[in-house]
Design a protein around this ligand. Sequence first.
Ligand SMILES: C[S@@+](CC[C@H](N)C(=O)[O-])C[C@H]1O[C@@H](n2cnc3c(N)ncnc32)[C@H](O)[C@@H]1O
Length: 231
Amino acid sequence: MTDQLAHSDLPREILGDAYEKLALFHKKLEEEGEPRGIIGPRDVDIIWERHILNSAALVPFLLEEMDDVRSVKPIIGDIGSGGGFPGIIVAACLPDVPLYLVEPMERRVEWLHEVVDELDLKNVTLVRARAQEVVPGKVAEHIKSLLPKHFKGFDIVTCRAVAPMTKLTGMVFPLIAPSGKLVTLKGRSVETELEKAAKEMKKYGAVSPVVYEAPVGGDLESTRVLVVEKK
Ligand SMILES: C[S@@+](CC[C@H](N)C(=O)[O-])C[C@H]1O[C@@H](n2cnc3c(N)ncnc32)[C@H](O)[C@@H]1O
């Protein structure tokens, strides 16, 4: 099956310097993604749009938020990375930013190791763990050596399709450093999710949520990005 954007200049225009690496990722996803359970059978001809460009829509927001967080050299944690969305795309687009991809499933972590090697991504650390094992001060013994010394949380946490805000808030906010941010891709129902999660957000110091319409590129359907601060 051929990707709907196989003959389009859009991926190259949008991804710039990251295009070559992400074209390798696209090829691996096209050849191995479905049989290895990384993408669904209906996604095979829309890998560029649904997975790679959709993830890349987060990048301009990350650049802006990184300017805003207090840390001199911000670190990003991508939680529940699965096959690498958005973590691998962000890592390729921002090669100078340290990225920690947190994913508990062995099969997916194995896939991610191959991707990091094949794309030669030097800024990625793979952390096989559940989010709950990466809470500063309570980091699980088997992953301590992977995280920075005196880990105080990620300056920015990214994620996509991990859980609704009622559940996601308690999962990821304990991993965010004070004054850090959650910058996440969300679907059309984000406002309803936020309404339902008001109690959890208050409990975990999640404040000032803002929803942005995020262009994916060309005339592709836009996505939505939610930015929430940690008090
Ligand atoms: C629906 S998939 C989404 C994967 C990827 N972010 C994407 O958009 O394609 C959800 C991912 O979250 C991971 N996950 C589930 N519970 C988790 C937890 N407690 N901590 C970290 N990741 C978790 C799953 O293993 C799975 O890879």
